[in-house]
Design a protein around this ligand. Structure first.
Ligand code: GLY
Length: 375
């Protein structure tokens, strides 16, 4: 049922290899990925992950060779260190070097991924006991700030613990995930995008947003990061509270799907005709729900609701949001929103939306779960 959609994405990727060369895409404008970068942005792992998925689906050399070249580029990035002073090391290296290890058991790729886990550990702040998302240590604005997206960076640390047995990785990840559960998720199962703590004492200060509609709103992509991030925390750490939180956040999301099943950019943004969607939030939530369903009891009533939500969302994305294959548009799913608030790519392709769309399709068609954990 999903093979046609996968094949369209594979063909688009084949064309994009020629279009991008050794560069990495980020967001698009008028259907085309622009401002390609030479591996210096937070999004570059998603291109690598797409290449690995296409290789796993087709077995073709062109995808394998290009994926391997991206891993080499990520190895080099660790030496040159352009833009590694943030928490998104998990996105970057889980889908590139760690994927290279998962798919091919390549020792050098494993080594690169383990080195990257140490770079991520540099974001751990002993005082407030958290992984600082952005900025320098002691930065007045960001020194004690966590963001919900970080839950998807933690799988690099769970994996580093699994590979090395060094508990520091699992402990930092556990404490951070627990703090995220307590402070980012609200009593009604909605979520803050970010939360501020005192950078010295770790005292809780307040919730807020960066990309959402307002401080107390629920940014749909943030909710999606939470659904997926907490179930992966449960998978790695076996704390049932993480599973419960992922379930509650997933139900909140599934209860609020609009008529065409692809969410708007924030659950609290006024829904007027021009309200932007964020197809990437729907793709991330679908992948997260597919993971979550594997951990539910057979008779859990949520299972049917999530299964319907995923099938309806993925059907809508693949039928209504994909480009005409004869056009020269470059992405998989239209109408992603990077940051509506700041006017950045508020209605176009995003490379992470494309990645999670293909991961969801691969989970549905082949049972291949991406590269967040060892298989
Ligand atoms: N992790 C950044 C974003 O979701 O825009």
């Amino acid at each position: 049922m999903w093979a046609k959609a996968i094949e369209q994405a594979v063909e688009q990727t084949r064309r994009n290899i020629g279009r991008f060369g050794e560069q990495f895409p980020h967001v698009s404008k008028n259907g085309r990925y622009y401002e390609l970068n030479s591996n210096s942005d937070w999004t570059d792992g998603f291109w690598s992950g797409i290449l690995w998925l296409c290789y796993e689906y087709t077995g073709e050399d062109v995808f394998q060779d290009t994926a391997i070249r991206t891993v080499e580029s990520f190895r080099q990035r660790l030496q040159d260190k352009p833009s590694l002073d943030h928490h998104d090391i998990g996105f970057l290296y889980s889908l590139s070097a760690k994927a290279g290890w998962i798919v091919e058991q390549n020792e050098e790729a494993r080594h690169t991924a383990l080195e990257s886990a140490d770079i991520l550990m540099n974001r751990w702040r002993e005082g407030p006991q958290l992984i600082q998302a952005w900025g320098r240590e002691n930065d007045p604005e960001n020194g004690g700030r966590i963001i919900i997206d970080c839950l998807m960076n933690l799988p690099l640390l769970y994996w580093a613990y699994e590979q090395t047995g060094e508990v520091k990785y699992a402990e930092a990840a556990r404490i951070h995930a627990e703090k995220s559960r307590r402070f980012l998720v609200r009593g009604d199962d909605s979520s803050y995008h970010t939360f501020y703590f005192d950078p010295v004492t770790g005292d809780a200060v307040r919730g807020g947003t960066h990309q959402g509609y307002r401080d107390g709103s629920t940014w749909t992509r943030g909710q999606a990061w939470g659904i997926y991030g907490f179930v992966l925390a449960y998978r790695a750490l076996k704390n049932s509270e993480f599973l419960e939180t992922s379930k509650r956040m997933a139900k909140y999301f599934a209860d609020r799907l609009p008529a065409d099943y692809v969410v708007y950019w924030d659950f609290d943004a006024p829904q007027i005709p021009e309200t932007k969607r964020d197809s990437s939030a729907s793709a991330i939530a679908s992948a997260g729900m597919l993971e979550l369903m594997q951990h539910l009891e057979p008779h859990d009533p949520l299972k049917k609701q999530l299964s319907d939500a995923v099938v309806n969302t993925m059907t809508s994305l693949s039928q209504n949001y994909t480009p005409d294959p004869a056009s020269d548009e470059q992405g998989f799913i239209r109408r992603g929103s990077y940051s509506v608030r700041s006017g950045a790519s508020p209605d176009d392709y995003t490379i992470w939306g494309d990645y999670y769309y293909l991961e969801s399709l691969m989970r549905l068609e082949k049972g291949i779960p991406g590269y967040w954990y060892s298989r």
